[in-house]
Design a protein around this ligand. Structure first.
Ligand code: ATP
Ligand code: MG
Length: 592
């Protein structure tokens, strides 16, 4: 972690090396991908009119399936892929892996584009949809049939499962495995023509039912689905499986390094087998893409499964996809998390080959470091108690000047109105001070930050004994920044807001959505681990300058943490604020 907390946040230079960078550097040194063009390539070549590739030395991709909103785990993959392209003068494609007609929607496509842009990355002309390659995939499947590498299997799903074998036993050949190429071609075309109901036939690769790697036991390439696709419409009655489609997408786009998460490691032999066969047949050009696996992000106190995120939204455990408590990027943005903070996080956690858990506090610390360096300071009283300065003339007011950032004098100062009645924090006064309490209590003096020194004279209470106002007297020659002010030596330094000038509004105090580091561990329903106090809405008194805060303006509220003007609920001249993160790690501590 950087020593100077206020240094501007940038990617470390040079970037920390890792095993993926080492592979890329070796490939570059060997000239493995030099001179590659789009020419003669189907797929995106059409869009690029056969032009040479943009001068990319490497080519990576971020390939989301548009079946949900992006989350913090995706941010790791985005920063990795786009970051490598940036660092090695390459290109990174944004590719929608939309091969499954059933769960994909335009709403998700739009939100993905918005989130990747928001993280600060640009893919130029390289935006692609896997569904645009359906024609090529269909051709490729027919080539595999003709060359004896694929067959139509007419077993039921149960029969296929039963004959697949186990980790210790080999599988059994399907009775349909020896169909002739002609018969297979005819059946496959009729599958596509819509002659058969869903589930009656599949196209399988013909590899080895006895392979120790189950993924090589004649994996399914195509299945029948009489379903409309969000882009291709009703054109197709067969759809490619992900394991067949993904390598082809990579190869058509001439991806050099296809980076994915570890669960695909066992798929790599099939990835290589498939591309090699298609290159042999002249359908694809070499060099072929190389699949490289890295460990996915696991974050404590967070669920990242799309299924669970959809459930949280649909069952209204949260207020929509952009709820600031969700780990979606849309939610993180509303919470006030920053793109710079995410990029810093990706650098700090690095990439590795072994699964691990990252503590949520690491992400919060990245946001704090970024915000501390940049966010302007403001004053907010979150739990207001009236302070009356009895010897200050009623009706009089004056200005006190507060720096906008303690380490960045170039950000200037702002005026805060001061008057006879102020708001202070309720916890900044007590009648019976414990040892070491330096704030207001009868007889004690404190400085009102950027203003005067005051001496507490007493308080008012209601019938129930609750303190309703605190009284004090000020020392007219003690104003901060005036000659002689330093003669006053006090230990307490309180923040305050002038009561008549205060901007009163709503602040949402967000906390972690789950109270357990590993929600649902030990077979519990993960919903049981929801934190019932993850959102608290309070009414606060802010310094008047905050009334002009624009949506998404971020501030440090002194002593309280970082806050952002909500980008959805703020009205012009009437912002409401979300707490992004406390000033210090506060999870599990009483004083939140
Ligand atoms: P699913 O495939 O179950 O729908 P997914 O989270 O893998 O969910 P994709 O849309 O396939 O979603 O993900 C796009 C890319 O983001 C993939 O390359 C995937 O490996 C990567 N990714 C997803 N989750 C994580 C994670 N937790 N950490 C790092 N990368 C991730
Ligand atoms: Mg996936």
């Amino acid at each position: 972690m950087s020593k100077d907390k206020n240094a501007p946040v940038a990617a470390p230079t040079p970037p920390v090396s890792n095993f993926i960078r080492q592979i890329i550097e070796a490939d570059l040194a060997a000239g493995k991908h030099a001179g590659v063009t789009w020419a003669g390539q189907p797929g995106p070549a059409a869009a690029h009119a056969g032009a040479p590739l943009d001068s990319a030395r490497i080519r990576t991709r971020f390939p989301p399936e548009p079946n949900g909103y992006l989350h913090i785990g995706h941010a790791k993959s985005i920063c990795l892929n786009f970051g490598l392209a940036r660092d090695y003068a390459g290109a990174c494609h944004l590719r929608f892996d939309d091969t499954n007609p059933e769960k994909e929607e335009q709403e998700y496509v739009d939100s993905i584009i918005e989130s990747v842009r928001w993280l600060g990355f640009d893919w130029g002309p390289n935006e692609y949809f896997a569904s645009d390659y359906f024609d090529f995939m269909y051709e490729a499947a027919q080539y595999l049939i003709r060359s004896g590498h694929a067959y139509v299997d007419s077993q039921s799903a149960e029969e296929m499962r039963a004959s697949r074998g186990t980790l210790t036993e080999p599988g059994k050949d399907s009775p349909f495995r020896s169909r002739s190429a002609e018969e297979n071609l005819d059946l496959f075309r009729r599958m596509e023509a819509g002659e058969f109901p869903d589930g009656t036939h599949v196209l399988r690769a013909k590899i080895d039912m006895a392979s120790p790697n189950i993924n090589l036991r004649d994996p399914v390439l195509y299945r029948i689905r009489h379903a409309a696709h969000h882009r291709a419409g009703d054109t197709w009655n067969v759809y490619p499986m992900y394991t067949f489609a993904h390598p082809i997408e990579d190869a058509l786009e001439r991806i050099t390094h296809s980076i994915c998460t570890l669960e695909f490691e066992d798929q790599r032999p099939f990835y290589d087998w498939l591309l090699d066969k298609l290159a042999e047949g002249g359908l694809l050009a070499r060099p072929l893409p190389q699949q490289i696996e890295f460990a996915r992000l696991n974050l404590s106190y967070v669920v990242l499964s799309k299924r669970k995120l959809i459930q949280l939204v649909q069952e209204r455990h949260v207020d929509g996809w952009d709820d600031p408590r969700l780990p979606t990027l849309a939610g993180a943005r509303r919470r006030g998390y920053t793109p710079e903070g995410f990029r810093l996080f990706a650098e700090r956690i690095g990439v590795a080959k072994a699964d691990s858990w990252i503590d949520y506090g690491v992400l919060e610390e990245c946001m704090r470091d970024d915000l501390n360096a940049r966010a302007e300071r403001r004053v907010a009283v979150l739990d207001p108690l009236k302070l009356v300065i009895d010897n200050y003339p009623a009706g009089q007011e004056e200005e006190c000047f507060a720096p906008n950032h303690p380490q960045l004098p170039e950000l200037g100062k702002r005026a805060m109105p001061f008057s006879r009645e102020l708001w202070i924090e309720r916890e900044d006064f007590t009648e019976n001070p414990p040892k070491g309490y330096f704030r207001l209590f009868p007889g004690n003096s404190v400085r009102l930050r950027y203003g005067y020194v005051v001496k507490c004279t007493g308080c008012e209470k209601d019938a129930a004994g609750n303190v309703t106002a605190v009284h004090c007297e000020y020392f007219p020659d003690s104003k901060s920044g005036t000659p002689g002010a330093d003669a006053y030596k006090v230990k307490g330094n309180l923040h305050w807001v002038s009561a008549q000038h205060a901007y009163r509004c709503e602040v949402r105090l967000y906390d972690r959505l789950f109270r357990e580091p590993n929600p649902g561990a030990g077979g519990r329903d993960y919903l049981e681990d929801l934190n019932p106090d993850s959102k608290r809405v309070i009414s606060v008194c802010l310094e008047p300058a905050l009334q002009d805060a624009r949506p998404e303006a971020r501030f440090q509220f002194e002593r309280h943490g970082y806050f952002v003007a909500d980008r959805i609920d703020s009205m012009p001249g009437a912002p409401v604020f979300n707490r992004t993160v406390t000033l210090k790690e506060s999870w599990g501590k009483v004083d939140k």
